[in-house]
Design a protein around this ligand. Sequence first.
Ligand code: ADP
Ligand code: MG
Length: 584
Amino acid sequence: MSTFKDLGLNDDLLQAITDLGFTRPSEVQEKAIPILLNSEIDLVALAQTGTGKTAAFGFPMLQKIDVDSRTTQGLILSPTRELCLQITNEMKQYGKYCKGLNVVAIYGGASITEQAKEIKRGAQIIVATPGRMKDMINRRLVDISKIEYSVLDEADEMLNMGFKEDITSILSHTPDDKSTWLFSATMPREVAAIAKDFMYDPQEITVGRKNEGSTQVSHEYYLVNARDRYQALKRLADANPDIFSVVFCRTKRDTQKVAERLIEDGYNAGALHGDLSQNQRDLVMKSFRNKQIQMLVATDVAARGIDVDDITHVINYQLPDEIETYTHRSGRTGRAGKTGVSMVIVSKSEVRKIKGIERIIKKQFAKKEIPSGMEICEVQLMSLAKKVHNTEVNHDIDTYLGDINALFEDTSKDELIKKFFSVEFSRFYNYYKKALDLNISASNDDNRDVGDSVRYFINVGKKDGFDWMSLKDFLREVLELGKDDVFKVEAKDTFSFFNTEKELQEKVLGFFTDFKYNGRYVNVEISENRGRSRKRGKSRDRKRRDEKNFSSGKKGGRRGDGKSKSRRSGSGDFGSSRPRRSRR
Ligand code: ADP
Ligand code: MG
């Protein structure tokens, strides 16, 4: 195994590396650094998150640029503002002994004039998000025509986020003879296409392919009813008092809701998603880094690239639409040599996705049980006892000791301990003493098919321009559902049918109580079509009537008795309010 010195790094960098406490190069660093130092080639490097990619391109770039010149020589593109700032910060630390070095971050949501000013002072290296970079090029606030090295960091994610055009446009302003280094966790077709279009005969290195997920991460899943998702999340948090976690949700709305509920219930939680202002996002990230937030509820995009090392748990509150995304999520934990746990809360209808994920990460999930109320009480009690035991005594209390002693004159030590603990603990106990078992059995999963789901009638169809595919997309979008949540979609002329799992029934019916499409009310009812589903649907006559009204352009299909079917609730996951947990 080589040292950083063996890789050919100069003394300025080695000194900084010592300061940072890096003892050994990581695998991707060991492979990439010598190549990048010793040749002027293009490189594609595939390695999971947390493997030290920043230094793998950062060290060579710092060593190769001329710090005595003020020309911009290196450009690093990264998908998000958070990541951009992170990389800038790392580069500054790596290059702290490179005298005259100036690394500037370019990203949206901050003053463009300030950034332009910084560039003007002479930046050898620019770290940028594609959108703002393109903007600055168009306004001629930055000159990248003499770039020698360009890095596409998290290339897969940049393409996922739709930056392909921006990247193309940016690269068209760079010289042809520069070197391009592409770093990515995965190699989807789009990334391969970028490598083909913009790189010249790139050398490829791959790290940890045999085992895509980090070996430091164990994977667990918990099977519960969809309506118990939130309760299950709380129990997982309560069973791990020192949890420091990222909780992933599928949509911005759910992210916000889950975070709000957790805060209401007394947890140190925060939300991170794209609807927040940059300022709000910065604040949340700051609190998370400081551990004031123990549970960061986030969307995939917002959490991407966050580099916080001691995350103990990743909780998949909902599985991602694309199961490939799971690798990115679980890569948030088990970083920098630490171990971590990636937990998935699944309902019956999703449990088969676990198999697919296992295939991708090439690791097995352990099926675990949501802890019972009493197990949680035990964990909490012992955690509290340890905390008391390890607490440093505050001697300002000494003055009151006489009075307090007098009060407890007749209380034995055991009794005192019990009383003392009851103060903090009883609330927990009372909440959990009657708690139900949230686990459900997967035993009848195998016969889960159409028969297990609900079929709906909807009064839009081909006449409204839908075919089965576009209707499926439409339903998924308005209902904010996942890829497989709507199925058996059948588009007829003026009406259609579709299925969802039973647990989504309330959400579907609730949503379509007052929803208009092209100015007309959309009516959704449980269908008796094929006699598969519950006998709660309206009669066929009613359907025909709606259908007629609808196609004749009248305001038809509005369910007059909207409340008869379901309450209007956004999602069944956030049911009744629950006792508050004490703030700690
Ligand atoms: P990636 O970009 O692959 O997700 P990062 O470059 O963000 O990974 O590195 C992850 C963490 O590991 C960072 O905190 C970084 O400072 C640290 N790190 C990088 N290289 C080393 C090393 N050789 N030894 C110890 N820690 C390292
Ligand atoms: Mg990175």
